[in-house]
Ligand binder design. Structure first.
Ligand SMILES: Cc1cc2nc3c(=O)[nH]c(=O)nc-3n(C[C@H](O)[C@H](O)[C@H](O)COP(=O)(O)OP(=O)(O)OC[C@H]3O[C@@H](n4cnc5c(N)ncnc54)[C@H](O)[C@@H]3O)c2cc1C
Ligand SMILES: *[C@@H]1O[C@H](CO)[C@@H](O)[C@H](O)[C@H]1NC(C)=O
Ligand SMILES: *[C@@H]1O[C@H](CO)[C@@H](O)[C@H](O)[C@H]1NC(C)=O
Ligand SMILES: *[C@@H]1O[C@H](CO)[C@@H](O)[C@H](O)[C@H]1NC(C)=O
Ligand SMILES: *[C@@H]1O[C@H](CO)[C@@H](O)[C@H](O)[C@H]1NC(C)=O
Ligand SMILES: *[C@@H]1O[C@H](CO)[C@@H](O)[C@H](O)[C@H]1NC(C)=O
Ligand SMILES: *[C@@H]1O[C@H](CO)[C@@H](O)[C@H](O)[C@H]1NC(C)=O
Length: 534
């Protein structure tokens, strides 16, 4: 049995290498055939297909690219960027790409931490979905249809334009694309009350590998399950989502209480670990430790922000915090009441009063190189551990920070198999690690990448084990990844079990059913079961 498995895995590898060699030797003629096919089926194709000789190509590529690490001269560029203007363009792109072995990378907002939506090591094209940004809000039914290329900011703004007592549970950055964000889980400050974005999706339009447009009914519950947290890019191209709007009060309260180490931040963080997940579900308090300059010239220290959001007003919030988390020392003067939509800007920019039109601003070409990773914490980290964490962060230096996001509430009520996102009850909080730099300098980049590795290794003792869980939306290529043109099941099991735990198997089943030849693939995609091939 074992030998059989090994043999078939070996055969797959050989087959994949053979196929990828075939592609690289014949890629240019394949690509020409692909282009001709597109041009034959797309009227006015010059406004849809952009090859590197087009003067707009570079700006188009950079416009939805969040991480400067994937913009260097050595980063492989696509053979073309396709910007579909209607669903038929997406259908044509898939149908033309398949026979010529052209790899497609699907991009909506371009925030993928590892550039998976716009970089591949084998010849590829980018299907850039940013034009699909229509948003229809249906307040009477408490639902909305949102295009995959719409940003979270556009969605939040559109909801608020219709009503100040509805919201959508999603992430914090307004330039995220709903295409990638929702299909990867969608994690934000309403999660303790309403769960993740995927817990609030009720329908979707998707183009499958045969170029068919499916909705929830025609795709069936298995595929609909898979694209809500399993990463849709393994299964098809999302055109739009139908989402549930959730009620919020006309005014919410936000605060940002900062504590330095001298002010006892360590004790407060220690306490936070056991109370933040027990607090009233209307209350979400994120911990954000960051490296800052110390009081003495040239020294560094850690400053911890406790950033909170309460679905209610100050008079109800203060007694609640005083009772369950007095160590925070929250004062009335720390608190600001505002409509929910304003709070989405508070989370990005802090208390400066920005007009909500800022939500409509677009992602700018990236200025920051960054590396990010994730961990789940199930037992409180001892005080001595927290102190060692600060020390290590200080070694990392400027622009090293973490987010600790509390669990509890709705997150603990939803079964881990309800969606592919498995990290539910049993977690105290999710850590996001982050380090960024602006200098295009090999040594600086090397310092932060090595620091990220060292920090992650150090944290192993405090976080989930067997598997060490990770959050798909915080994509991390270093937890296991396949080469761009090959999908090895053994490797996929490594990253798959971390992102999806037991749900990985069901994702493989769905993949085998809907894309048995593995057309939709990337370095961390879901593979079809190999039994199908032999
Ligand atoms: C500044 C910043 C803040 C963030 N904050 C949060 C947060 O608060 N909460 C959170 O959960 N995450 C957060 N993230 C992570 C973010 O949710 C993911 O990077 C997400 O995948 C981004 O979606 P996108 O469409 O912008 O990205 P893209 O890079 O376009 O896509 C990401 C992935 O989804 C696939 N994909 C994109 N569009 C489609 C489609 N239409 N059909 C099928 N597959 C598609 C891509 O192929 C790729 O695999 C943040 C990221 C950044 C850079
Ligand atoms: C890139 O974005 C800028 C700013 O939003 C816009 O003016 C420009 O037209 C975009 N480039 C392309 C090629 O779409
Ligand atoms: C609510 O949705 C249903 C079904 O989609 C539709 O028939 C109905 O008109 C909608 N109600 C309102 C008030 O828009
Ligand atoms: C906001 O809504 C008003 C009318 O309800 C509409 O005229 C306006 O165009 C909307 N703004 C945006 C940006 O959608
Ligand atoms: C921190 O200190 C350095 C000098 O040690 C200085 O160059 C830098 O501007 C300071 N940063 C901030 C945010 O004050
Ligand atoms: C906090 O609670 C204590 C009693 O537990 C009370 O004495 C104190 O006045 C309260 N403070 C605030 C600000 O409500
Ligand atoms: C909320 O946003 C609106 C619209 O931009 C603005 O007029 C108002 O002052 C903001 N309110 C607060 C409390 O920030």
């Amino acid at each position: 049995m074992k030998t059989m498995k090994k043999l078939s895995s070996f055969l797959i590898t050989i087959l994949a290498i053979f196929l990828s060699l075939q592609h690289s030797t014949s890629s240019y003629s394949s690509f020409d055939n692909f282009l001709t096919c597109l041009q034959n089926h797309i009227p006015q194709s010059s406004s849809v297909i952009f090859t590197p000789t087009n003067p707009s190509f570079s700006s188009l590529l950079l416009n939805h690219t969040a991480n400067r690490r994937y913009t260097t001269p050595t980063t492989p560029k696509p053979l073309a960027i396709i910007t579909p203007q209607n669903p038929s363009h997406v259908q044509v792109a898939i149908i033309c790409a398949k026979p010529y072995g052209i790899q497609i990378r699907i991009r909506s907002g371009g925030h993928d931490y590892e550039g998976v939506s716009y970089v591949s090591q084998v010849p590829f094209v980018v299907l850039d979905m940013f034009i699909f940004r229509s948003i229809e809000i249906d307040i009477a039914n408490e639902t909305a249809w949102v295009g995959a290329g719409a940003t979270l900011g556009e969605l939040y703004y559109s909801i608020a334009n219709k009503s100040d007592v509805y919201a959508f549970p999603g992430g914090v950055c307004h330039t995220l694309g709903t295409g990638g964000h929702i299909s990867g889980g969608g994690y934000g400050n309403l999660m303790r009350k309403y769960g993740l974005s995927v817990d609030n999706v009720i329908d979707a339009n998707l183009v499958d590998v045969n170029g068919k447009i499916l909705d929830r009914k025609s795709m069936g519950e298995d595929l609909f399950w898979a694209i809500r947290g399993g990463g849709a890019a393994s299964f098809g191209v999302v055109l739009s989502w139908k989402i549930k709007l959730v009620p919020v009060p006309p005014k919410v309260t936000v605060f940002n209480v900062k504590k330095s180490l001298e002010q006892g931040a360590t004790d407060v963080v220690y306490k936070w670990q056991s109370v933040a997940n027990q607090l009233h579900e209307d209350l979400f308090i994120r911990v954000m430790p960051m490296v800052v300059n110390g009081t003495q010239e040239g020294t560094k220290t850690v400053l911890v922000s406790f950033i909170g959001q309460f679905l209610g007003q100050i008079d109800r919030l203060l007694p609640l915090v005083n009772e369950s988390f007095p160590e925070l020392g929250l004062q009335k003067s720390d608190c600001i009441e505002m409509p929910w939509v304003n709070s989405t800007l508070f989370w990005v920019f802090g208390p400066n009063q920005n007009p909500i039109e800022v939500l409509l601003t677009k992602l700018k070409p990236p200025t920051l190189f960054f590396k990010s990773r994730s961990d789940y914490v199930k037992e409180p980290i001892p005080k001595s551990g927290i102190e060692s964490i600060w020390k290590l962060m200080i070694e990392g230096g400027d622009n090293v920070w973490m987010q600790w996001n509390p669990y509890g509430g709705k997150m603990h009520e939803i079964s881990p198999s309800e969606t592919p996102f498995p990290h539910r009850a049993g977690n105290l909080f999710l850590i996001q690690y982050y380090a960024s730099w602006v200098k295009e300098d090999i040594d600086v980049g090397h310092h932060y990448m090595e620091f990220s590795k060292k920090f992650y290794a150090f944290m192993a003792q405090y976080v989930s084990k067997f598997p060490r869980e990770a959050f798909l939306n915080y994509r991390d290529i270093d937890i296991g990844a396949n080469p761009s043109g090959v999908t090895n099941m053994m490797v996929a099991k490594i990253y798959g079990s971390k992102y999806f735990k037991e749900n990985f198997e069901r994702l493989v089943k769905v993949k085998t059913m809907v894309d048995p030849d593995n057309f939709f693939k990337h370095e961390q995609s879901i593979p079809p079961s190999r039994h199908r091939l032999f």
